[in-house]
Design a protein around this ligand. Structure first.
Ligand code: RTP
Ligand code: MG
Length: 149
């Protein structure tokens, strides 16, 4: 019953350590639910550097990679699987631009984030950027939810 419905679209959302530590989990989840999306997986976790290196594999070698893994593994985060029509694109729209100083008002990052003096941008949330990324990331963070055939 708690397995993902294979006929619906899903995305992986992370409320990153900066968002969790600032007490913004409820605000982010409230926005996602108010939009009409459904939460189908949810956990609080202190992620290992190994898990984060895998999650951010596309960024390996970039100047911010080591700092990104360090800040993301330094404190707990909230991992969420969200279900809904065009939810991948919809959550990305709700998040706003990567840099919270530049993110539009009305978006999560634009309303709640700002720049901090760290090499890796701190921007409260992550959302999968494509169906391929979503499948990979959900399998990584929620292996118990995924069908194996
Ligand atoms: P995300 O993957 O976390 O949803 O964010 P995104 O697509 O908007 O940004 P992406 O380019 O994939 O970068 C992943 C995360 O790395 C940090 N970052 N820091 N200092 C920098 O130039 C820099 N660039 C990226 C951010 O935390 C970003 O969300
Ligand atoms: Mg990204």
């Amino acid at each position: 019953p708690d397995l993902l419905n294979p006929n619906k679209q899903h995305t992986l959302v992370l409320i990153k350590p900066d968002g969790y530590t600032r007490g913004l989990t409820g605000e982010v989840l409230r926005r996602i639910e108010a939009k009409g999306y459904k939460l189908v997986g949810l956990k609080i976790k202190k992620a290992s550097p190994e898990l984060l290196a895998e999650h951010y594999i596309e960024h390996q070698g970039k100047h911010f990679f080591n700092d990104l893994v360090a800040v993301m593994s330094a404190a707990p985060l909230v991992a969420v699987v969200v279900e809904g029509d065009r939810v991948i694109e919809g959550v990305r729209t709700m998040m706003g631009a990567t840099n919270p100083t530049l993110a539009a008002p009305g978006t999560i990052r634009g309303d709640l984030g700002r720049d901090w003096d760290t090499p890796a941008v701190q921007n409260i949330v992550h959302g999968s950027d494509s169906p391929t990324s979503a499948d990979r990331e959900i399998a990584l963070w929620f292996p118990e939810l995924v069908f194996h055939d």
